[in-house]
Write a protein that binds this ligand. Structure first.
Ligand code: CAP
Ligand code: MG
Length: 436
């Protein structure tokens, strides 16, 4: 009796396959489990992320050949898989991620699996809105030609009442020249600092600071909520209090919530500040999970206007190279491939996103951040590095603005500090320390 074929996986490998223009093309890093061949591993990844299952089937739909993904190029650690466009619902990132980021991560045959990047065809991209403002926030909200959008998070992260948050820190940093007060990622609506109260008080002190400084001021208020109805209420409240922005924790809120937030941003003509808290749970291990670059790409696609992308010199993990690769991916309309780091991508009409550098920054290392990003057109958040200033919060804000001005004038911080006391005092405390 002929031996019956039980497994179906190898049919999802085809090295003769030429990807079509409208295929979705993914690049994975993979490691097969012990005693598993590369083919056994990648066949499973291509199959289980598209239309296959563990065994041959007795009956299949006619459409099957059109919904099979193929591993079309691979070596012992990298595989490229082409997915037919029709596998994915239009303009639904959750729909796509449940396939290419789904069950395959738990398969016994795969020891490690990391989604590096996905080249999205224009035919897929065209149904997405992308950001309402994107990097145009600099011109359209702050009425400046270029230069960073600055923000400060009250520190300690939690503990201030709404009044202290808005007055003691918010008003002080606005007065000191900073554009925006930013909620911390874990501040939502605590008993001691309720959302509604904070929004109203921030609006009051924003108006006062705007009147006194003649500058445009705003806030990144965290609308992250337990459910979408509450999220909607929070965005409305922020909008009704005259803010042009709101902030969302993109990962903990999830793709659907970010999609809803983007709809609201268009409805109210607002911009979204995207905080990435929790991303490192799946982006940090270089062998498993997915890259921050691809997560940021998904956020550009859905429509977040500015996204945390790291510092390269601050307290959080993330190399200068990976930041540069990500910054180009967010800012340009066509991106070239960097081997095993990112794929080619065309963005069509989707606007560029403003990258945000944050985490352990202080005036002494801001020039290094601008050097890494290769531009001053970024978001810059300085929390502890403002409020740890020896002469207080407003002086800390001034020191940040002086460091930015020095870089703009191509003057060294040391030289600029000779006539700028706040910067001098900041440098006396921190020098060019790179926090760990
Ligand atoms: C920074 C921060 C930001 C992180 C986020 C914090 O505070 O407020 O949330 O920078 O990291 O809570 O750590 P400091 P990333 O300025 O006081 O360090 O941008 O890398 O996602
Ligand atoms: Mg924070």
């Amino acid at each position: 009796m002929p031996e019956e074929k039980i497994e179906w996986y190898h049919e999802f490998i085809n090295t003769n396959y030429k990807p079509k223009n409208d295929d979705v093309k993914a690049l994975f890093y993979y490691e097969p489990a012990e005693n598993i061949t590369p083919e056994d591993a990648i066949g499973r990844v291509a199959s289980e992320s598209s239309s296959g299952t563990w065994t041959t089937l007795t009956e299949t739909p006619k459409l099957l050949p059109k919904v099979k993904a193929y591993a079309y190029r691979y070596d012992s650690n990298y595989v490229r898989i082409a997915y037919p466009r029709i596998l994915f619902e239009n303009s639904s990132v959750p729909g796509m991620m449940s396939g290419i980021g789904g069950n395959i991560y738990g398969m016994k045959a795969v020891k490690n699996l990391r989604l590096i990047d996905v080249e999205l065809p224009l035919d897929y991209i065209k149904d997405f809105k992308g950001p309402n403002y994107g990097s145009d926030v600099i011109k359209r909200i702050f009425k400046r030609k270029s230069g960073p959008v600055t923000s400060v998070v009250p520190k300690p992260k939690l503990g201030y009442t709404a009044e202290e948050h808005a007055k003691k820190v918010g008003y002080a940093v606005w007065k000191g020249g900073i554009d925006c007060v930013k909620d911390d990622e874990n501040l939502t609506s605590q008993t001691f600092n309720k959302f509604e109260e904070r929004v109203k008080l921030l609006a009051k002190y924003r108006d006062k600071a705007m009147k006194e400084t003649g500058q445009i001021k705003d806030a990144f208020i965290n609308v992250t909520a337990p459910d979408l109805k509450e999220l909607e209420k929070r965005v409305k409240l922020v909008h009704d209090n005259g803010f042009r922005y709101f902030m969302i924790d993109m990962v903990v809120s999830g793709f659907t919530a970010v999609g809803t937030a983007v709809q609201l941003a268009y409805d109210y003509d607002m911009a979204i500040h995207g905080h990435r808290a929790m991303h490192a749970m799946f982006t940090r291990n270089p062998k498993h999970g997915m890259t921050m670059l691809f997560f940021a790409k998904l956020m550009r696609l859905i429509g977040v206007d500015q996204i945390h992308t790291g510092t390269g010199v601050g307290k959080l993990e993330g190399s200068a190279e990976s930041i540069m690769a990500m910054e180009k991916m967010l800012m340009q309309q066509e991106i070239n491939e960097i081997e095993n780091v990112r794929l080619h991508q065309k963005w069509g009409k989707i606007k560029p996103v403003l990258p945000v550098s944050s985490g352990g920054l202080h005036p002494g290392i801001l020039p290094a951040v601008f050097d890494i990003y290769g531009t001053m057109d970024i978001g810059l958040q300085v929390g502890g590095g403002t409020q740890g200033h020896p002469d207080g919060i407003e002086a800390g804000a001034r020191a940040v603005m002086q460091a930015i001005e020095a870089y703009k004038q191509k003057t060294s911080l040391k030289e600029y500090a000779e006539n700028h006391k706040e910067l001098r005092r900041a440098l006396e405390k921190w020098g060019s320390l790179k926090p760990i």
